[in-house]
Design a protein around this ligand. Structure first.
Ligand SMILES: Nc1nc2c(ncn2[C@@H]2O[C@H](COP(=O)(O)OP(=O)(O)OP(=O)(O)O)[C@@H](O)[C@H]2O)c(=O)[nH]1
Ligand SMILES: [Mg+2]
Length: 420
């Protein structure tokens, strides 16, 4: 296990609690990546050093601390410029990485699908390119381990031009995947089955909620960024109505721009959602900051007017209801309270979803002569067919549909079949 020292620089003393929360998160990231944290160093300094980011005195202090703790790795919570990273490594004589590099490393370990791996490799290449200092081998300099792993591990040792070639090749592959996805989305848009997306800060409980709603068993974990690849499942209501639910990659503060760019294809999905469930870990003292980070990423991606439900999760960890309501300082949108772990609040969430997703639809009972069988086919394309049975020369359907669209089909609509 690599031993790591964590460094956080704040330029404003007032942000002390924010600095601590950010450090807590960095610690979570470091242990997710497989490091043992041996020391945490804060510096408050109004001026940022162009040479080291932190002050020169602090650099010597860290060098000593490194000897003392036998650390092999220095992780900065702030993002470092290539030249700062180089200077720090030369002076401290240890591998130095920043928050972005740490997140990239975790992503590299967690990516499973071909698309996920390509996206991570792309992000890594974009990140490393300016760090090659013109001579190549940015990574062999680092000597392996955290911050150097990934699908593109070997290729990163190649020269700048080869990397640029690889970037255009991956971009092409990703745009092919994107095209396929766009086709799928087109098909989905034509279908009447609604599509719901889970978003939220990493570790908020998205995958746990996904499992709870879809009765699946996908991977959940106290690690950060446990989910990287989007996954889609069907969720049914008791009466047979259903929708599709997708789990997605978690968000984080100071999300590296390289990642946003390369995961854009995945996040495009959100634009097509009929409803977004924003999962919030309401037990975190700074959950508003996390909410803000998610909302600003959503607006970066350009998610239009999709209805959003705030799902305040992990309520089982809170002592009582009053505490809960006191806690909710979210000003906009509808808030619901759940525990994806105990199932508390899930029925309420489902009935809200039902109301939002099917608000323009009503139940219809149809009777269609067998001679007009094509009509049955057509109904199943643009309405939600809940039940279907044969009755002599007729087929009977129980469907959910938009009443306006049903105007032309009044001869087939049957009344008084409500208990079917
Ligand atoms: N007590 C409690 N724990 C929960 C609840 N929901 C999720 N957790 C725990 O929180 C941790 C993170 O849950 P995940 O579902 O993996 O979180 P996620 O949002 O999918 O996280 P990433 O995929 O890593 O972004 C796990 O250890 C879960 O067991 C809840 O309602 N109550
Ligand atoms: Mg997850």
């Amino acid at each position: 296990m690599e031993k790591a020292i964590l460094i956080h620089l704040s330029t404003n003393k007032k942000e002390k609690s924010e600095a601590q929360e950010s450090m807590r998160e960095l610690k979570g990231l470091a242990s997710t990546a497989g490091a043992e944290v041996v020391a945490e160093v804060f510096q408050f300094r109004t001026e940022i050093s162009p040479k080291y980011l932190i002050g020169e005195g602090k650099v010597s202090e860290i060098s000593l601390l490194k000897e003392e703790t036998e650390a092999d790795l220095i992780i900065f919570d702030n993002n470092l410029r290539p030249v700062q990273q180089q200077n720090l490594e030369d002076d401290i004589k240890a591998k130095v990485i920043d928050r972005t590099q740490l997140i990239l490393d975790i992503f590299a370990q967690h990516a499973m699908s071909k698309e996920g791996k390509l996206q991570v490799e792309l992000a890594q290449l974009i990140y490393y390119l300016p760090r090659l200092l013109g001579k190549g081998t940015a990574l062999s300099r680092l000597g392996g381990g955290i911050g150097t792993r990934g699908p593109g591990e070997k290729k990163l040792e190649e020269d700048r031009r080869r990397i640029q070639d690889r970037i255009s090749k991956i971009n092409k592959e990703i745009s092919n995947i994107q095209k396929r996805r766009a086709d799928q989305r087109e098909r989905r848009k034509k279908s009447p089955i609604p599509f719901v997306s889970l978003v939220g800060y990493t570790n908020a409980g998205k995958s746990t909620l996904f499992n709870c709603l879809s009765q699946e068993k996908i991977f959940t974990s106290p690690q950060l960024f446990a989910t990287l690849d989007p996954i889609l499942r069907r969720v049914s209501f008791a009466d047979g109505l259903y929708f599709f639910l997708s789990d997605t990659v978690g968000f984080i503060k100071k999300i590296p721009v390289e990642l946003i760019t390369s995961f854009r294809a995945t996040l495009e999905e959100l634009k097509e959602a009929d409803c977004i469930l924003h999962v919030i870990d309401i037990t975190r003292p700074n959950y508003e900051g996390q909410v803000e980070a998610v909302e600003s990423t959503l607006s970066d991606i350009g998610v239009p007017d999709v209805p959003i439900i705030n799902v305040c999760n992990k309520i089982d960890l809170l002592p009582d209801k009053e505490e809960l309501l006191k806690r909710n300082r979210l000003s906009n949108g509808l808030s619901l309270y759940t525990s994806a772990k105990t199932g508390d609040g899930i029925p309420d969430l489902k009935s809200r979803l039902r109301a939002v997703l099917f608000r323009e639809m009503e139940l219809f009972y149809l009777r269609i002569p067998n001679s007009e069988r094509d009509l049955i086919q057509s109904f199943s394309k643009w309405t939600v067919v809940l039940k279907r049975r044969k009755n002599g020369d007729y087929s009977e359907l129980k469907i959910m549909a938009n009443p306006q669209a049903m105007v032309n089909y009044s001869p087939y609509i049957k009344r008084g079949e409500e208990n079917w």
